[in-house]
Design a protein around this ligand. Sequence first.
Ligand code: SF4
Length: 363
Amino acid sequence: MSRPLPVYDFATPAAEEFPSIITLENTNVCNLRCIHCPQGQGFPDRPDFHATYMSWDVYTKAIDEIAQYPITLLRYSPDGEALIHPQFLDQTAYAKAKGVKPVGLTTNGVLLDNPAIEQGKRLPRKTMMERLLEIGIDLIDISLDAARKESYERVRVGADYHRVWSNIHRLLYHRDKMNAPTKIMLSIIVQPDITQEEVDEFVKYWTPLVDRVIVRGYLTNLGLTPSKPGTVVDQMSGVERWACPQFWKRITIGSDGSIRFCVVDWLEKTVIGTIGTHSIRELWHSDEYARLRKAHLEKRYADAHDLCGPCTDWMGMRWEWGFELAVDAVMGKRKVADQPPPLPNAATSGGIVPLTSIGRHAA
Ligand code: SF4
C-alpha cells in the first residue's frame, strides 16, 4: 500500500513571506583547500571559475531588502571565506546599521587575527575579531573540523591548527572582556578522515567553552566532493526521500549578485534571478518557486530540476534538524536538543509539519 504524500510547510508566516536563512556569498575565494570542500577538489582551477568579490552596490541592494523582514539568519558565506573580502567589516557594519538581525559569519577562523581594515584603511592595533565584536556581529560560527593538529592539518589543507585554536580562545577572551553579545559556535564534520573518538573529544573539549558545538553531516556538494563511506548517504540507506527543505527555508545569493535556490550548487545551475533585477521576496513568491515546491511535494524531483533528480545531498537537509534550530538555540530563542532525533522512516513519513504548501504566487 502506498503511503500518503509527506506533508511539509513553511515553519512560520514570516518564512512564507520571506526566506528565513539568507546565505550571502561576499566572495567565492578561499584561503584553504579543505578535503571535504570543492575549494580543495579543484574548484578554483576550473576554467569557468572566476574569482569574484561582491560589489558594494549589489551588497547594499541585497541588505536593504533583507532588512525589511524578520529572518532567522543572514549568513556569510557559502562558497568562499568571507573574511577575505576587503570590505567585510564595512559590509557587516552596514547590515547591523540597517537593523538586520541576526548577522552571522561562518568562517575557517584563520584570518580572525588579521589587522582590521575599514573603509580602505588599516585600524591601528585592532584585529578583525575585535572589530567584529565592536560592530556587534551576532554570531561567529567557526568550522574547526578536528580536535588534533595532525588530523586538522590533513583535513583543513593550508591552515595552521595552533593559529586557529589560539584565535578561538582570543575571540572568547575579547568577547567576554568587552561583554559583547556575540555568540560563538564551533562545528566538526563527520567524515572517515576523523575518527569517532576525535569527534567525541572535540565535543567534550569545546562544549563548556563556546555557546554551541555542531556536529555536521558530510555533503558531496552535488558531486564536487567525493562520496565517502560511513557518511550521511550510508546512514540514510533505505530512508524514503523527502522534499528538499531549502524551498521552504532558505535562499542563496552569489558573489556576482545571482540568486539561487540551492546552497550546494557551486556551479550556479540553480540561479533564478539577480539582485538589482529581481527582489528576493518576488522570487520567493514566484511561479517558478511554486513549481519547484509542487514538484518536490509530488516527488517529481527530476521534473523540479536536473540537479534535484540524482542529488543525494537532500539527505543532509532534514526538516526537523536544520541549521536554523542551532541558530535559534544559540540566540536564546528556543531550547533545542544537543542530538538530532532518530532518522525518519516509513512510520514517521519524515512529515514534520501539518500543512502542505507551495507558497502564494506573486501578486
Ligand atoms: S534536492 Fe539537491 S539539488 Fe535540489 S535543491 Fe535540494 S540539495 Fe539542491
